[in-house]
Design a protein around this ligand. Structure first.
Ligand SMILES: Cc1cc2nc3c(=O)[nH]c(=O)nc-3n(C[C@H](O)[C@H](O)[C@H](O)COP(=O)(O)O)c2cc1C
Length: 193
């Protein structure tokens, strides 16, 4: 089929280098690394759940990020999920480097001691997931790390509970209405319980 034939079917060719805009992976997250008095935060859009039990998460963190060195050295991090009230800060945190600035101070965020890992939780986030790197086989080729979540925390008392998603081009969508399809998830009862 040529391009015209696809257009008649209301399908338009889409540039492969913009696929991230179609497959945006989940909530925009913040990742902390380092230790309480020497810690850093970066913004991350490229992450995915890999396995339920033990819970494994994969993400892309490149050597262009100052956080990368701390992740490799300590083998731990915290994935923090910001609410919509932190949207501007989350974008700004991804547009400056911990090599030059103390981002906890600059963005007025409070580090809290994690229970298991050295990297701090972020008090103002909706959730914080303490993680340990468990697989780096693809880290040289794709900057891809697989981490195991070893402890997780949620803050249900925050008024703003909406998460937000990066659409791949500097625009964001806000979490909307939740639609309950649990009754149809007949093959996957264990995840709806
Ligand atoms: C919306 C957004 C999403 C981002 N997603 C990623 C990502 O998935 N992986 C990555 O390595 N960098 C990502 N970045 C870039 C880092 O957050 C950015 O390089 C940051 O300055 C790194 O901070 P650091 O140098 O203090 O570690 C993203 C930035 C923004 C603004």
């Amino acid at each position: 089929m040529n391009d015209d034939a696809y257009r008649q079917k209301q399908m338009e060719a889409y540039p492969l280098n913009k696929l991230a805009r179609l497959l945006e992976p989940g909530p925009l997250v913040l990742v902390t690394t380092g230790h309480q008095d020497n810690s850093n935060i970066m913004t991350m859009g490229f992450h995915m759940m890999v396995q339920h039990d033990p819970p494994l998460i994969a993400f892309v963190m490149g050597p262009w990020d100052f956080s990368h060195k701390a992740l490799v050295e300590t083998g731990t991090c915290v994935i923090a999920i910001p609410g919509a009230d932190l949207m501007e800060k989350a974008v700004d945190i991804g547009n400056c480097s911990g090599a030059e600035t103390d981002k906890f101070k600059r963005f007025n965020l409070d580090p809290l001691d994690a229970e298991i890992v050295g990297a701090p939780l972020i008090k103002q986030c909706l959730a914080n997931i303490e993680c340990r790197v468990v697989d780096t086989q693809l880290s040289e080729k794709y900057n891809l790390f697989v981490v195991e979540a070893v402890r997780a925390w949620v803050n249900r008392s925050r008024k703003e509970q909406r998460i937000f998603h990066h659409k791949g081009d500097g625009t964001f969508s806000l979490d909307g209405r939740t639609i309950d399809m649990k009754a149809r998830m007949t093959k996957w009862k264990e995840i709806t319980a």
